[in-house]
Design a protein around this ligand. Structure first.
Ligand SMILES: Nc1ncnc2c1ncn2[C@@H]1O[C@H](COP(=O)(O)OP(=O)(O)OP(=O)(O)O)[C@@H](O)[C@H]1O
Ligand SMILES: [Mg+2]
Length: 373
């Protein structure tokens, strides 16, 4: 087992191609489950493929354990990779598919036998060993692909959207299985997905990328509660965070007030202090607040400090999402989404006065889009 370190990693395809991975620096610890997440084309697969040795590094270094592997061929890197289209060999049985990598490495037959059977048991596909891939369901095939990777006990697992061919229910199930597998094997895992829910539920840490650049690396709750910038705040979480532009004006007791054309909100003393210290008085900033910290005022008396201009709006529409209801409220030209309980029906057109929990207000610099902390 080993950690993986990326140092000033850059990649461009072709001689004069644009940089699709830009100065990526990351230390993945031994045994960690690191998820790369970000929108399509942000460079996740390219980064993973460089770790695997399937793409040349344009600039920078990759270490697996203490070894610089830039010039080590894929076969010698002791990694196992599971792809989106896991490409099982159609004419081989499940057993042969799983044994293939070990045979290539000239492992002794009885060891192959033991390893395949043991891992097949772990993945609950022991009863399928004689079948051909076409005789399996999507989830079973996926498990065979995982099995093929884990029989070798590599130093590092690399997975690139391994669940994207599965239906929603099976994805959720396989997610849990991969997390459990990781707990059991304690092998370093790098997992790529564009699905923020998958990233949040699976990773011990997640690395959010955009346009080839790392935006933030942290534990799921870190990046959710303390996003580094507006991109991360918006990309992580469902429904997306609410953003509203407003100006910071002097308020009572030396604090600040967030002022828009429609409403004014007193800001907590600590946050006011930070904003003042960084010169944001009279400046326009972006307020970010997650839907679970938006309430009907009447439901949370005393939560938000009193104001002469509260947030008054109309329910625009609501969506039922499992146990939650996302209620979209129009406040002038702004829109705020509130997370309520499923049973909390608010018909369209209902007039509501909203209260935002001051503790969870985030403020962003409008120009740089970075959080003000
Ligand atoms: N072989 C290639 N030749 C040229 N450009 C490429 C090649 N592979 C990828 N790219 C480009 O590099 C950028 C990053 O691609 P990459 O596949 O790493 O994105 P990704 O984050 O994995 O996206 P997705 O979520 O869609 O899989 C994209 O702009 C893509 O078009
Ligand atoms: Mg990809």
């Amino acid at each position: 087992m080993a950690g993986v370190s990326l140092r000033h990693l850059h990649k461009s395809y072709g001689k004069n191609g644009p940089l699709v991975v830009k100065d990526v620096n990351l230390d993945i610890e031994d045994g960690e489950f690191m998820v790369f997440v970000g929108p399509s084309g942000c460079g996740k697969s390219t980064t993973l493929r460089m770790v695997a040795g399937l793409e040349r590094v344009s600039q920078g270094e990759i270490y697996i354990g203490d070894e610089l592997v830039n010039n080590v061929p894929p076969k010698k890197r002791d990694i196992a990779m599971v792809f989106q289209n896991y490409a099982l060999y159609p004419n081989m049985s499940v057993f042969e598919n799983m044994a293939f990598g070990l045979r290539l490495r000239k492992t002794e037959k009885h060891l192959i036998d033991t390893s395949v059977k043991q891992n097949a048991r772990t993945l609950e596909i022991e009863h399928l060993l004689e079948r051909k891939p076409r005789q399996l369901s999507g989830g079973q095939r996926q498990r065979v692909a995982l099995g093929r990777a884990i029989v070798r006990h590599p130093k590092v697992f690399l997975m690139d959207e391994p669940l994207s061919n599965l239906d929603a229910r099976l994805r959720v199930q396989m997610r849990t299985e991969i997390v459990e597998l990781h707990r059991r094997l304690e092998t370093t895992m790098i997992y790529v997905t564009h699905d923020q829910t998958e990233a949040m539920t699976m990773g011990t840490r997640i690395c959010i990328m955009k346009d080839g650049v790392i935006q933030q690396v942290g534990a799921p709750e870190d990046v959710y509660m303390r996003p580094a910038n507006m991109f991360v705040a918006n990309f992580i979480g469902s429904p997306p965070i609410n953003f509203i532009e407003g100006r910071l004006l002097p308020g009572k007791d030396g604090g600040l007030v967030f002022d828009t054309a429609r409403f004014r909100l007193p800001i907590s003393p600590e946050k006011s202090k930070t904003l003042l210290a960084q010169g944001y008085l009279e400046k326009t900033v972006v307020l970010g607040i997650r839907a679970e910290y938006v309430h009907r005022e009447e439901d949370v008396p005393g939560l938000a400090p009193p104001t002469d201009a509260p947030i008054r709006g109309d329910v625009h529409f609501s969506e039922l999402v499992g146990a939650d209801r996302f209620i979209h409220v129009k406040v002038g030209d702004d829109k705020l989404v509130m997370r309520a309980a499923a049973y909390d029906r608010m018909p369209d057109g209902t007039k509501v006065t909203l209260a935002l929990n001051p503790k969870f207000m985030l403020f962003f610099n409008r120009d740089t889009q970075q959080v003000i902390a």
